[in-house]
Design a protein around this ligand. Sequence first.
Ligand SMILES: N[C@@H](CCC(=O)N[C@@H](CS)C(=O)NCC(=O)O)C(=O)O
Length: 213
Amino acid sequence: MSDDRLVLHGSFTSSSSYKPMLFLALSGLPFSFRTVNLKNGVQKEAEHLARNRYGQVPVLQHRGLTLVMSNVILDYLARTTGRFEGGTEQEKWQAREWLGWENDAVVNVARVRHFHRFRAVDPAVMAFFKPGAEAALDFIDRHLAGRDWLVGDRCTIADIGCFGRMVFMAEGGLSLDNRPHARAWRERIMAMPGFALPYDLIPKKDTEFAGRS
Ligand SMILES: N[C@@H](CCC(=O)N[C@@H](CS)C(=O)NCC(=O)O)C(=O)O
């Protein structure tokens, strides 16, 4: 396979995998998807650890490079394709600032969902993480009052990163029902060409995506 082809390793249950997957789907770029079965622990096997020392997904391989961490991958994809970049130099940095915040705050939404869906935890643990998750959703809702996108006047990697990480929120008992600005933003993202939700987008087996022009 040409090393110019983007190869994404991920899992259909993973919000971190969904983030770059959504970028690629919205961009209409061709790429190869390689599934990593998290349930069977494939992420901890030597072959995958050679790609990702942390034993996690996602991983992006491109032009001889191996990239891990979903926000690093979004940064790389925006830089190399020019898609979903901020409109000005300041906005490019702001988009990355949101990704940094996302990794501190929106990740709590993913944790709450993880505890609900995959690993029962002591109620005290849930009580610790849930307010952080709700606060992250409130923060996004407040920021979006009077604006369409998190940064500037267009959809950027900030929107893809934050939305992507919170996408499974209903599985964690969280919602945007009382967050009208965030709800309208989600509808805006979902109306974009190429959009699909994770279970419709991320395959359970290795797949070649042709892309669209
Ligand atoms: N900070 C990392 C988090 C990656 C992560 O937590 N991946 C999860 C799936 S969403 C994973 O691989 N879990 C399996 C494991 O840790 O064994 C990123 O943004 O890529």
